[in-house]
Design a protein around this ligand. Sequence first.
Ligand code: B16
Ligand code: MG
Length: 220
Amino acid sequence: MEKLEGIIFDLDGVITDTAEFHYLAWKKLADKFGIEIDRDFNETLKGVSRTDSLERILAYGGRSADFDAKEKAEMAEWKNDVYKEMIEAIQPSDILPGIESFLKELKEAGIRTAIASASKNAEMILCSLGIRDQFDYVVDAAKITKSKPDPEVFLKALELLGLSAEVCIGVEDAASGVDAIKDAKMRAVGIGSIDILGRADLVLASTADLQLEQLRNIGN
Ligand code: B16
Ligand code: MG
């Protein structure tokens, strides 16, 4: 690829593992309405906005038509309250392996960074982790109108960084996020299973495997 100038990171599942708490909170809500979800189904919610996740859960349980907009808003708020309670104790030790040293390496190499997250809780989580100031920009759900897999969140991050897609890489743990990166015409690094993230240019099992030199060589 052309000279690497920027890396745009997803938050949940890449910087910290809040994905598990999203799952537990959704499961608690789904249980209340007699809908059974499991971890496989949860894969389809990763990177998907709160309201879209609720719609998917209701459709999965065959209950889409059973609630009006007000009830759905209350359900989404209930889930968010449960989720926020779960992540209250989040702290720097919850940063995923290798991320802090990787961010330091990027700074030393002059590579710019941004967060592209579908979460409305992104700023709060980054502050709790103590790494908000490590990123040049944070693009979260408050700054976009379309949820992943739409590329908007990554395009917005590119715009703020003032960089073109050719010189940037996106890092994601969700299939919808990898789609968003690829549709933004960037190179994609997936963290997780190749079965789920097959569209990525490089799939790593863990954030601990992120290596700047390997990323510079993607596509060469
Ligand atoms: P919230 P990411 C996404 O964050 C999560 O992966 C997804 O599971 C969640 O529903 C979404 O944020 C919205 O989060 O309810 O906190 O606004 O992976 O794009 O950083
Ligand atoms: Mg994610």
